[in-house]
Design a protein. Structure first.
Lengths: 475, 426
């Protein structure tokens, strides 16, 4: 498969795509107040201010560990120190030293879950027009908008999703537009600003959308058809490619005035340079196959198809082209392009060799990514595709991390990675399982047994009754 | 007009033919049986004859000639009941032509709207609910407006006509207090006032039909057909199912029921847990779920997943309806059993959770003499599960509706089979 993929890429480049310039190196320098703006694009104008909270080291012992990077470890240990996973394995745990020791007593430990498709903060609770900030539905292509500028850090949905064991999310603009704008990757931590939640060093994503949504939203002014949609993507990339060449040339030789900056094209050009990852909302197989052709025509890569209820129809192509599938376990039927949703979708995509990812697109579903994975696995089992826990955990962790190009930092329990860790009260793929504790960068951010310490957003104060502990009704 | 008149005059209850089942006797042996109406029975046998349960227990004599199914290691429950769905009246939510669950009504009152007149027995979502979800009975409720209309209950046998599937209609009058916009009012209080006015006008209408027909009555707040349909509620024949989330709306609904002597059922009930003792005292049941804890509106700020557990602890009758995401009143009604599992994870007892998707909804809908439990004489709506029905790893292995096993491949199963191996061969 790998050979076929390389071959096709080479052919694709030769036939269709412009050779790509080396990534540009835009200025990262902040400008002192009062000295005036500079013309150079700034790759990071809203830098992350997130810093891991200082925390005592933690040694979890006697745990059932799904590492997402290898086989299940029974009666194992995990050591978290200075925000990183230091050590894990089976057998005798290391000396605890100054670490807090938690006897898991057989309970499950997994990496923090990752949701590649969230609208937390941009469609915040309690909803309504005032908090509806996810779709800049004023033009069919709005690469110029950035989801982070809509994120409300006081969205009460954040702590709820954290309680579901989710530690990292990609917040995307909505799907009204052909090109919806930039995503932002967040750690789910309380903060006054969105900058204080931004995952340090994470790449941006570009949200694109196929099908019914754009053509419905723009029915009166266009695009009003799927062919109009495709013309819209291609026109946008043609403009972006021209912009990218102008800028890359100027950055190389610095002759004369720099070209005029254009927010729209800056984002699009950085996709073509490979610095921004494409996340493509697309339901139908025929449209996904056309989007793959468009990507080849303009020389960019699709990192993940989102929703993809028909991904199972092109799972072989997704595997060949290294396109992941950010999918629901079983949404379908609610519109024409969702009619063919099947529960075995994730299992078939996985079975074909592509990366299967359980995504939510929903603040309720985001709290149960583990349950959705279990549901999708059962559908696979019923057609003879059997997926063990140790593999299934990747659908909600490592594969999602790959889709965000963060798989070297999070998504699995391996020494050196961020200490984003969940301790569950049962096998996380049981309907009865709940997260007992959630750590982000080694700092305890959620403890089910301690409602008094629960993160409550500003909005919740006074409006929402404080949580209380109701004894679990385990069977 | 005449039809509507006779509807109110006789409180006509359409009796379904769904209970007429297969002619064979089927015995499932060696299973763990959850009758719901009684305690779990291990290593037990259930016998279904001509669509009716004829034996349940450990000391069962299996009639000669019975078809036998080995239930060793299996769990058997009553067919599950999804109380409030749009199945059969909404096929594809985004396609207007397939939406038959709402009426325009007159000034947002459509009490005479009969949802069953639009029910499509060939909806492809019905087999999905049954084969994936073990659901054998669905309540189909109208939606929209202040008063949405009359709901019905269908069993889900294979290949039957709508009349053959119908278990009972009408079963409920549906109204809303939690959405002033949908009700066409400017506030919650106005929605409540209009509902009160409608009930008192309907009472006045009924007391003075001759005067009304002679044109000797002041103008009432609804048309004749709607006033007539409301008699079913005023007489207590069917409950008034009211969507209400905020605690104050729920208390208003309880007071409404008390003042007019009508039976109230709360649907949604996000904050019901905070007025659980009032609900228990008034014997008002609640239809709610266990997969939503989001303060998603100013009316649902106190929404929490422990709702069901806290209501049960206070003695409130509850039926579980999906309140997560992903179309849990339509295509994903099948997820009802996972909703029950989540209710357990958030404090409900397992037995109560099973009851809340079987016998409790049957009681609320007035059907517990026929369905919702595994007892002699009950309709043989029976599901054989590979394990705990609330668990994701478990599947319904046999589904019987009125004693006949349903085996149809769903549209989704056909797609799965077609694309099991790529490239596809058409």
């Amino acid at each position: 498969m790998r050979h076929v993929f390389v071959l096709l890429c080479a052919v694709g480049s030769a036939l269709h795509a412009q050779p790509q310039a080396a990534p540009a190196a835009p200025s990262k320098a902040a400008v002192a107040p009062g000295t005036g703006a500079i013309a150079l694009p700034n790759a990071d104008p809203f830098p992350s201010t997130y810093r891991p909270a200082p925390a005592r080291a933690v040694l979890i012992t006697n745990a059932t560990i799904l590492t997402a990077a290898g086989p299940q470890i029974d009666r194992g240990f995990v050591l978290l120190r200075d925000g990183k996973i230091v050590n894990l394995g089976s057998g005798a745990p290391p000396e605890a030293g100054d670490a807090e020791v938690i006897d898991a007593n057989g309970r499950y430990v997994t990496p923090g879950l990752i949701d590649t498709h969230s609208h937390l903060g941009v469609y915040a609770a309690p909803g309504g027009e005032a908090l509806s900030d996810g779709n800049e539905a004023t033009a069919p292509t709005t690469a110029r908008v950035w989801a982070e500028h809509s994120v409300w850090p006081q969205d009460p949905q954040f702590p709820r999703v954290l309680a579901g064991g989710v530690t990292t999310i990609q917040v995307l603009p909505g799907s009204a537009n052909l090109v919806g704008g930039r995503s932002v990757v967040l750690k789910i931590v309380p903060s006054v600003s969105v900058q204080g939640m931004k995952f340090p060093g994470a790449k941006y994503g570009l949200k694109m959308a196929c099908g019914e949504n754009p053509k419905r939203v723009y029915a009166s002014r266009g695009p009003s058809t799927r062919m109009g949609n495709v013309a819209g993507y291609r026109a946008a990339w043609i403009a972006a490619e021209s912009y990218r060449r102008r800028w890359d040339k100027w950055l190389a030789d610095r002759q004369g005035d720099p070209p005029q900056r254009d927010l729209e094209q800056e984002t699009m050009a950085d996709v073509l340079r490979g610095n921004i990852l494409v996340h493509n909302h697309c339901y139908r197989a025929d449209e996904m196959l056309q989007m793959i052709d468009i990507a080849r025509e303009f020389g960019y890569r699709i990192r993940s198809f989102h929703h993809g209820v028909e991904a199972y129809k092109l799972a072989d192509v997704m595997a060949r082209d290294s396109i992941s599938g950010s999918l629901w376990s079983d949404w379908g039927g609610f519109k024409m392009e969702a009619l063919d949703g099947i529960r075995a979708n994730l299992a078939l995509v996985h079975n074909a060799g592509a990366r299967a990812i359980v995504h939510s697109d929903d603040a309720s579903g985001a709290q149960r990514l583990n349950q959705d994975a279990a549901k999708a696995r059962a559908a696979g089992a019923s057609i003879g595709i059997n997926i063990p826990d140790a593999t299934l955990i990747q659908w909600v962790t490592l594969n999602a991390a790959w889709a965000l190009d963060l798989h070297d930092k999070v998504g699995s329990l391996e020494a050196g990675k961020h200490a984003d860790v969940v301790l569950w009260n049962a096998n996380p793929f049981s309907v009865y399982a709940r997260a007992d504790r959630v750590w982000i960068d080694g700092s305890l951010r959620y403890d089910r047994m301690d409602p008094k310490q629960r993160w409550r957003t500003d909005f919740e104060l006074g409006f929402v009754p404080a949580p209380s502990l109701v004894p679990g009704g385990r069977r | 007009m005449r039809t509507i008149q006779s509807l109110a005059a006789t409180a006509l209850m359409l009796a379904g033919a769904a209970s007429l089942g297969g002619q064979n006797t089927i015995a499932i042996t060696g299973a763990t049986i959850y009758p719901v109406s009684g305690p779990r029975i291990d290593n037990a046998t259930i016998v279904m004859t001509n669509g009716v349960i004829t034996a349940v227990g450990t000391a069962v004599t299996i009639p000669a000639g019975a078809q036998r199914i080995d239930g060793t290691g299996k769990w058997i429950t009553p067919g599950l009941i999804a109380t409030a769905t749009s199945l059969g009246v909404v096929e594809v939510g985004a396609v207007g032509e397939t939406r038959d669950g709402r009426a325009r009504g007159k000034e947002n009152i459509a009490a005479a709207f009969r949802v069953w007149d639009g029910f499509n027995p060939r909806s492809v979502s019905l087999p999905v609910a049954r084969q994936d979800g073990g659901i054998t009975t669905v309540g189909v409720m109208p939606s929209g407006g202040l008063v949405s209309g009359l709901g019905a209950v269908y069993d889900l046998p294979e290949g039957a006509s709508a009349a053959g599937m119908l278990r009972k209609a009408p079963v409920a009058m549906v109204a809303t207090l939690d959405n002033a916009d949908a009700a066409g009012t400017a506030s919650r209080a106005e929605a409540l006032a209009r509902l009160r006015t409608l009930l008192s006008d309907a009472r006045e209408f009924n007391l003075g039909r001759l005067r009304y027909d002679a044109g000797n009555m002041r103008t009432l707040s609804a048309g004749r057909a709607d006033l007539d349909a409301m008699q079913l509620v005023l007489k207590g024949t069917i409950p008034l199912v009211i969507s209400a989330d905020r605690a104050s709306e729920i208390l208003n609904a309880i007071a409404l029921g008390r003042d007019f002597g009508v039976r109230i059922v709360i649907n949604g009930g996000a904050e019901a847990w905070s007025v659980a003792s009032d609900l228990a005292l008034a014997k008002v049941p609640v239809l709610t779920g266990a997969m939503n804890n989001i303060p998603e509106s100013f009316g649902a700020l106190g929404q929490r997943q422990e709702n069901l557990a806290l209501l049960r602890a206070a003695g409130v009758q509850v039926a579980i309806v999906g309140n997560g995401a992903g179309g849990e009143d339509g295509f994903n009604v099948r997820n009802l059993r996972y909703e029950a599992g989540n209710a357990v994870a958030y404090g409900m007892s397992w037995d109560d959770a099973l009851r809340s998707i079987t016998l409790a909804p049957a009681e609320i809908l007035g059907l517990s003499d026929k369905i919702g439990s595994l007892a002699i004489g009950k309709v043989a709506n029976v599901v054989v599960w590979s394990g705990d029905p609330f668990e994701y790893a478990s599947q319904p292995e046999h589904v019987f509706v009125a004693g006949t096993e349903t085996k149809i491949m769903t549209r989704q199963d056909q797609l799965t089979q077609r694309y099991r191996q790529l490239p596809v061969k058409y």
